[in-house]
Design a protein around this ligand. Structure first.
Ligand SMILES: Nc1ncnc2c1ncn2[C@@H]1O[C@H](COP(=O)(O)OP(=O)(O)O)[C@@H](O)[C@H]1O
Ligand SMILES: [Mg+2]
Length: 373
């Protein structure tokens, strides 16, 4: 898959910008605060439909203007996709080949981001780890994106209802009836999402283990995920079992949910541990080892995407190479050279250029929202 070009209008600190990309490696160099991450964010928005900075629409639009426009063209085999995303304060509108299209049909165009924030995922809140699993589900399973969208919708409805009941905004028995009629579809989607998370994590587990051992020049590190959901061991889980356990938990926690006004059962509550030689890396591993695990996870994500779809996702490396020690840098660069993933690397460090194979790369210099080559 190849991102041919990108054009920006009133996006973040860019007035207008046009870039033609290299098919393999694109290096974006500039001082802090010049717009490097903004370019990667634009690529991510076009391919993933959302920002990786949890930004509101208004933050994406250049201050003093009202509409941002991101356009790009992507080739995959002999298919060409003309993507255009218009952002106003109230909405984002995506056009593919001039037709409105939800991201549902586009899930095969995807990006994998690796940033300094990614390196802390093992230590951060469970929400970040759930997002990691959800992205895998969206990018590599049929219907995964629709399932996530539907689940988020029903969860929102259910939470609003529980809140109304707990605040006595609606009659209790009427509220309870509505809840009872909502629960089967909530349970079904909750169980399906949990099942897909667990099964895709199990699918990439061997790839992650291989990548960790590559980084450490070893073959003895054992890696596994532990999906944390009360009462259930993920290793022997199947969909029926998950439905059974979630249902049991929903019954146990019903009065607590009615009192607290929020859903206490479901994938929005689950967590994922990364087991390094059987130990929870959050408490057991050094910071360096934790970084290796996440780096390995991202590499595995790329390889697994290829196995599922037959082509690579785009790889966005935001200011991350200088955060890695030499062995990790070398391991990452060698993976880049072995795979054919089109890569976008940003850095403040010009000396980085000599480490990357320059014959295959284009270099862009960014200064105050201006791009030069
Ligand atoms: N909505 C916006 N309008 C105008 N400028 C913005 C907006 N959002 C961010 N910026 C500017 O973008 C710059 C940050 O760009 P960024 O890509 O994060 O920098 P870096 O090159 O360090 O990655 C800052 O100068 C910031 O003020
Ligand atoms: Mg940046």
């Amino acid at each position: 898959m190849v991102f041919n070009n990108l054009s920006l209008v009133n996006f973040r600190n860019f007035n207008t910008a046009e870039v033609e990309f290299n098919k393999r490696l694109n290096i974006i160099i500039g001082d802090n605060g010049q717009g490097k991450t903004n370019i990667l964010e634009a690529l991510y928005l076009l391919t993933e439909g959302e920002s990786f900075r949890y930004s509101k629409n208004e933050n994406l639009i250049k201050i003093g203007t009202s509409t941002a426009l991101i356009r790009g063209s992507v080739n995959n085999d002999d298919m060409n996709y003309k993507l255009s995303l218009k952002i106003t304060e109230s909405k984002k509108e995506l056009l593919v080949n001039d037709k409105p299209l939800s991201h549902t049909k586009l899930r095969r165009i995807s990006s994998v981001l690796f940033s300094p924030e990614s390196l802390n995922i093992i230590k951060e809140s469970a929400e970040e780890r759930r997002a990691l699993a959800d992205q895998l589900v969206e990018q590599t399973t049929l219907g995964g994106h629709t399932l996530l969208t539907d689940y988020k919708k029903v969860l929102k409805t259910r939470n609003r209802l529980l809140k109304d009941i707990s605040e006595e905004k609606i009659n209790f028995s009427m509220g309870k009836d509505t809840l009872d009629s909502l629960n089967p579809s909530f349970l079904k989607l909750a169980a399906e999402l949990t099942f897909l998370r667990i099964s895709t994590l199990n699918e990439i587990r061997p790839e992650v283990e291989k990548a960790i051992n590559n980084i450490h020049f070893s073959n003895s590190v054992k890696f596994d995920f532990k999906y944390i959901i009360s009462d259930l061991d993920h290793r022997d889980s199947d969909l029926e079992k998950i439905v059974f356990f979630l249902q049991k938990r929903m019954q146990e926690l019903e009065s607590a949910e009615l009192k607290s006004g929020v859903s206490l059962v479901g994938p929005q509550k689950h967590d994922i541990s990364f087991l390094y030689n059987g130990n929870d890396s959050r408490f057991y591993c050094s910071q360096g080892q934790q970084r290796s695990i996440i780096l390995a996870y991202k590499m595995a994500q790329i390889v697994y995407h290829y196995r599922v779809h037959g082509f690579y996702p785009f790889l966005l490396l935001d200011d991350v190479l200088s955060e890695l020690d030499l062995t990790k840098q070398e391991s990452l660069i060698s993976t880049l050279n072995q795979t054919e993933t089109q890569t976008f690397v940003s850095s403040t460090d010009v000396s980085l250029l000599s480490k990357l194979s320059m014959d295959k790369a284009s270099v862009f210099k960014i200064r105050d929202g201006q791009i030069s080559q």
